[in-house]
Write a protein that binds this ligand. Structure first.
Ligand code: PGA
Length: 257
């Protein structure tokens, strides 16, 4: 039996000023109280807040991550940040291939692959996001599309230690819409099998997060599904009580295969 430690990750996106660091303090306090049980709690604030957040999280069990990185370690890339810079600022994770980056910044699978290599080089764990659009799901094309994203985005040098997959149906992000638990179970099982093909032997220990309109009220329904090992949370992660309301479902729960 492989035990996978659940991961509840908050993606703040382009939200948050220094005054919002009080939410980070509140999350650290809640995690210290044991509200998330054994689950790992991760906050991915905007890069401008990473260093200050790292000071707050020092000595706590709360991890920090970036939301994106460039594939190179340094160079003439105005406005970009490298994985090494995120690590230097206190991150241990980085989200890559989020649908907002794929659509808004034209990041294709190859680009996500290169950035994931950058994350591994720097010693960060990459959270690689995959997911279909509404029309792809309606056309019955969701599994094929996600399969091609996995093949194109995951480097052969990754492992279940250095890689987390987040399944985020594009149509569920920020919309209040969610797939059925059955659809989530089907997709997560598919992802585990596919990743095991790409990275032989790594599937069982791989953590696969669900993301898209996760709230405290639907967290148990969406996350206590077979092959779901946590959540990538957008909107609800901006408020510490809502975020911990989601993480709280793991208080007495350990996922096994
Ligand atoms: P949401 O965002 O929880 O606001 O739907 C999820 C995400 O984009 O990671």
């Amino acid at each position: 039996m492989t035990q996978r430690r659940p991961l509840v990750a908050g993606n703040w996106k382009m939200h948050g000023l220094r005054k919002n660091l009080s939410e980070v303090s509140a999350i650290c306090a809640a995690v210290a109280e044991g509200i998330a049980g054994d689950a790992e709690v991760l906050i991915c604030p905007p890069a401008t807040l990473l260093i200050a957040a790292a000071r707050i999280c020092e000595g706590s069990k709360v991890a920090l991550g970036g939301q994106h990185c460039h594939e190179e370690p340094s160079g003439p890339f105005t406005g970009d940040l490298s994985a090494e810079m995120l690590k230097d600022a206190g991150a241990t994770y980085v989200i890559l291939g989020h649908s907002e980056r794929r659509s808004g910044h034209h990041e294709g699978n190859h680009s996500v692959h290169e950035k994931t290599l950058g994350a591994l080089r720097a010693g960060l764990t990459a959270i690689v996001c995959v997911g279909e659009t509404k029309s792809e799901r309606e056309a019955g094309d969701a599994l094929r599309l996600v399969g091609s994203q996995l093949i194109g985005s995951i480097p052969k040098s990754a492992s279940s230690e250095s890689l987390v997959i987040a399944y985020e149906p594009v149509w569920a992000i920020g919309t209040g819409l969610t797939p059925t638990p059955e659809d989530i179970a089907e997709m997560h099982h598919f992802i585990r099998v596919q990743v095991n093909d790409i990275l032989p032997g790594q599937g069982a220990a791989l953590r696969i997060l669900y993301g898209g309109s996760v709230k405290p009220g639907n967290a148990a329904k969406l996350l206590l599904v077979k092959d779901v090992d946590g959540a990538l949370v957008g909107g609800a992660s901006l408020n510490s009580s809502e975020f911990m309301g989601i993480a709280g479902i793991y208080r007495e729960f350990v996922r096994t295969t």
